[in-house]
Design a protein around this ligand. Structure first.
Ligand code: GTR
Length: 375
């Protein structure tokens, strides 16, 4: 505990230490999530029963965050197996380029939100085009997911908060924050905004007749993996949490200063974390938390951390050690963490009540990754 008392019982973790750790992440890393929970309005934008050659129901649900149709909204693209007789467990995750890039089917609406064409700065505003249909489909094996009996719900992250440093004027910030010109050091950045929207998507899935809202897993790659972890840490309704190559500010330990560092990430992406996080630029040892504690916030719910060999920028070893050191909290809550901190063998997943793998290849999402998540 903050006062120095060691935590020895599940009860102490749940009622005292977990809230302390959550507060530390809100104050020093991600900032507080928006507190407002608006009255959502959901409109079915499209529905087909014969997606994926008759295997899936595919729907586009527009979720309005206010009573104004012209105000902020997000489109959730949802696939569920046609054969399912009861609501299905579902993966929920953001995509980077628009729902129309997940699947080449021409019936899916091309996003009209801001899209980036520069991964590093994201400053270029332009319109998504027909040509980008399906361009991210290798990261979204919808057929495999549905064939295994699961649902998939995905949202374009640009619907919620465009990914560039604009002083928090666009996206949901303007709607949720009364004055965006004065920014508190602990006000949430874009990752908090995206995580908040995953909770709003869960609000919708909880009452969806085709999805089992008590079995929704967050999923995300890279910056959206950081988002997946933060959503799972802050919203205990998520049943499982997946981090695909989330790296610095996600699963990786900041104190290792390996690959991307706190200073580097706060400089390249000043809008992702809270302003207070900048105090730890070149000063990681002063951070009152490290990211194994972020993973511990998810316990006892399963968390899966995946790395890739050619993704040293995300510090695969640091991602694994982080999961290993979250272990004591899993144990305290009656679950098993990683059995040891031995360097993991490439392409050999380790699965207890948590999961880890390091696969061959680069910073990406592959069928190998999804196969382990489904398992
Ligand atoms: C990189 C960034 C990483 C990771 C990645 C991504 O430029 O340094 O932290 O988030 O982008 O999201 O693709």
């Amino acid at each position: 505990l903050q006062d120095g008392t060691p935590v020895t019982s599940a009860e102490q973790w749940i009622s005292q230490r977990r809230p302390e750790v959550l507060e530390l992440f809100q104050e020093h890393v991600f900032g507080h999530r928006p507190e407002t929970v608006p009255q959502l309005r959901t409109r079915e934008r499209s529905c087909t029963q014969d997606a994926l050659g008759g295997k899936a129901v595919r729907r586009e649900l527009t979720v309005f965050f206010s009573d104004d149709d012209a105000g902020p909204s997000m489109d959730i693209l949802v696939y569920t197996p046609v054969a399912a007789e009861t609501p299905v467990p579902c993966f929920l995750g953001f995509n980077f380029h628009g729902n129309h890039t997940v699947d080449p089917n021409p019936a899916i609406h091309v996003t009209s939100s801001w899209v980036r064409n520069d991964a590093k700065t994201g400053t270029v505003d332009h319109q998504a085009t027909e040509q980008s249909r399906g361009k991210s489909s290798s990261r979204w094996p919808v057929d495999m997911i549905v064939s295994r009996g699961y649902g998939l719900a995905t949202i374009y992250y640009g619907d919620v908060d465009p990914d560039f440093d604009d002083g928090f004027k666009n996206g949901i910030h303007a709607m949720l924050e009364s004055d965006t010109s004065v920014r508190a050091g602990n006000a949430g950045g874009s990752i908090s905004a995206w995580a908040w929207a995953l909770s709003r998507a869960l609000d919708v899935l909880e009452v969806d007749p085709l999805v089992d809202g008590s079995r929704v897993s967050t999923f995300g790659h890279s910056r959206l993996g950081k988002t997946s972890l933060w959503a799972g840490a802050t919203d205990e309704r998520f049943a499982m949490v997946i981090s695909n190559d989330s790296g610095c500010g996600g699963a990786a330990l900041s104190r290792r200063r390996f690959g991307e560092t706190v200073k580097r990430i706060n400089t390249s992406f000043p809008h992702w974390f809270c302003i207070n996080h900048r105090r730890y630029n070149d000063n990681e040892d002063a951070l009152p938390v490290d990211h194994h504690m972020l993973l511990a916030l998810i316990a006892p719910r399963p968390v899966y951390v995946a790395s890739a060999v050619d993704d040293q920028w995300a510090d695969p070893r640091g991602e694994m050690l982080s999961l290993y050191h979250a272990g004591p909290v899993f144990e305290l809550l009656g679950r098993s963490g990683l059995p040891n901190d031995d360097v993991a063998t490439v392409d050999q997943p380790i699965q207890t009540d948590v999961g880890y793998h390091i696969r061959t290849g680069k910073h990406d999402v592959t069928d190998f990754d999804w196969t382990q998540y489904l398992n």
